[in-house]
Structure formats: C-alpha cells, structure tokens
Design a protein around this ligand. Sequence first.
Ligand code: FDA
Length: 397
Amino acid sequence: MATSDDKGASYDAVILGAGAAGLMCAAVAGQRGRRILLLDHADQVGKKILISGGGRCNFTNIHTLPDRYVSANPHFAKSALARYAPADFIALVERYGIAYHEKTLGQLFCDGSAKQIVAMLLDECAKGGVDVRCGQSVNQIAHSDAMFRGTFGDFRFSAPNLVIATGGPSIPKMGATGFAYDLARQFGLKIVEPRPGLVPLTLGGEDVLFRDLSGVATPVEARAGKTAFREAALFTHKGLSGPAILQVSSYWRRGDPVQIDFLPDAASGWLVEAKRARPRASVAAVLGTVLPDRLAQTLAERLALPGELGTLTDRKLAEAEARLARWIFHPNGSEGFAKAEVTLGGIATAGLSSQTMMAKSVPGLYAVGEAVDVTGWLGGYNFQWAWASGHAAGQAL
Ligand code: FDA
C-alpha cells in the first residue's frame, strides 16, 4: 500500500498508461512486492486490447523473432523478447483457463473475447496490490530530489520511479496521445520521428482507377524496398489495404513505390502456356481463371492486350507476365494515425537500457511498449513486445 503525508501518496513506482505494457509492468512489479500506482486517463484500462483482433485479441505470435520488429536499432528488442517469450504469455493465459487458437501464421487469438485478457491482467495486478486509477489526466510530472511527482485529478502522488507506458498516437479517437514523447523530451530523451505503421495506403494519379475495385481481395506478394510479404491485399475506395499492404506499409516511405506480384505461385511462362491451351481466349478471361473477375478485367485493360491470346506474340505475353509479377503502385500517402494500428518510431532506444528499459541518463525513469521505437509486424507481435518490455521493466523496478 502507498504511504501518505501532506505531499500526497507515495509509491515505489508510478506507471503512466494502463494499456498492454503498463498492465504487465504493474502486475510484475506489484507481485515482487513493489508499491505500484497505475494511472490511465481513459475511463477503463486496456482499451486497445479490448478492440484488438476484432474483439478476440491476437495476443501473441509463436514465431516471434527480433527481426520481425522495425527499430532504428534492430538489436534493442532482443533482450526483453528473449526473457519474456510467447510461451510465457501462453502459460499465463492457460493458467487462467482462457481458450485460444492459432488463426494463421502463428497468430494466437482468444476463442472467446479480448475481455478475458484484460480481466486476467487486472487480476494479476490485484494479486500484486497495484493501485489502479482511471479517468483523469496527468498533465505534468515534476522531478526533484530523485522523486517524480504529479497529480491525477485531485490526487497527488510521488515515487522514485516513473514508467512511461502511454503508447503511441495511433487511433487518437481511442484516447491515444503523444504524451509519451512530451515526457521523454522533458527528460532529455530523443525521439525517432513517429509515423503511422500497419496502415492502409492511398492511391492517386494513374492508380486511381484501381479504387473502383473497392472490396476486391486477392493473395499477393507485396514488396516495399527489400521487404516482401505474402498475404492478402484488399482494394479500398481510397487505395490499398489487407494484411500484405499493412505489413509493407511499415517499410514504405513517402515517394517509394509498392510492388505487387499478383500471381506469386504462377510458374514462369504460364501466360504463353495459356495461349497454347486456349488460343481463342482473351487475356481478361485467362486472368479471370486465377484472379477475381473485376481485378482480372482491370489488369487486362491496363495491359492493353486486346483480342485473342492466339493473335499475341510470345514476347508480348512474357512482358505482360513480368508486369503482373512486378506491378508498380505509387501510393500518394497513407490513411494516417487515424487508421494506423501502430506507431513506428518513438522514444529512441539509444537512450534506454535494453535489459531494464530504464533511461540511461535519468535513473528511475523507464519507457515500455509502443511508446518506444520498436514496432512489430502485424499478427500479435506488438502485444508480445508490450508484454516483454513491460515485464523487463517490472523486473527491474
Ligand atoms: P496502449 O495503447 O495499449 O496503452 C496506452 C495507454 O495509455 C492507454 O490505455 C491510454 O489510454 C493511456 N494514455 C495515453 N495517453 C495518456 C495520458 N496522457 N495520460 C494517461 N494515460 C494515457 N497488436 C497485436 O499484437 N495484436 C492485435 O490483435 C492488435 N490489434 C490491434 C487493433 C487495433 C484497432 C489497434 C489500434 C492496435 C492493435 N494492435 C494489436 C496494436 C496494439 O494494440 C498496441 O501495439 C499495444 O496496445 C501497445 O501497448 P501499450 O501498452 O504500449 O500502449
């Protein structure tokens, strides 16, 4: 329990942000006997957990590896991820009897509801005697005599340790803020430019025609720079989405092209083969046997190869095949933080210890979760980082 005097309640640590990372950090530190205050300005804890995975929370990925995270320092996440692995979180979930399943590509979801994950984390906090408070703002933190002090509504608190766990600014209508960056700057920590990640891309210019395909989805290999993902792409009324596009969006920079292979499983020379087998068929008809009809029509129009296959030279067909395997889109932007599942960038890892998540220059100040410049792929990787980094700090507090 906290101790109180005329300067307010005093704790061993105050954790700002009761999302995935803050809840885990509080539970771990509380169960180690630390007196923990966990604060959130939202009316309830873990709001992003509750809406995640379509309400079923894709809580981890069994294929978690450090190379599935984007960061200015790709080595930073290794230590925390190694010390709190997917198996550790799965063991916790199993201890609570929460049923789950693998959906695809190592992604684990609750069979029931994401509410079970939040209830489990709150129970873990209760076991550690964590003082959880919601629904007020923390506007300022003062730091003097090795103590962090602040107010939460009328409630005054102080502690020698402060954990920044307020996440990133993606989906502001859910209460997401850039508060973590303001605090970090206040204490002299650097910020890697925050940008929307796992976000739909928008199309303009010549590509705008593809917006007519809104609702059409197809398996592709999408590539931005050197990084490619084989998953579904979805055309939207604004441009491109679907898992393959969300994944490459984290590697895409404004001005870069996105390359799509519409037929990643097709054997080389398949279109010339199709000409031998069906010389009277059109390009659109042949594409329609392997792609959704509307997409086949649009691609055939853009390839501008009218008439029957039999009238086209092998060279022209080989060129068309190559174009279908490396179709270039020039996104003119993304749908921004309003639609981004995560924020790339954030508090620079160079200023933090990868073992404890503590700031090297400010003893007692920690940063965990999405607030830090570590961003995972789509598919449970971001929660695994939140659990692992929260656990690392919780062990150190
Ligand atoms: P998180 O955002 O969870 O928590 C931050 C907390 O700080 C919030 O509770 C917020 O209210 C609070 N806060 C913010 N500013 C504050 C302030 N000024 N004062 C006090 N409190 C403040 N990942 C994954 O692995 N699997 C999935 O299925 C999904 N699905 C998904 C769906 C959607 C729609 C979104 C937007 C995101 C996902 N994610 C995901 C990503 C995942 O939700 C995200 O990476 C983690 O929640 C990050 O955990 P944090 O604890 O760092 O931040």
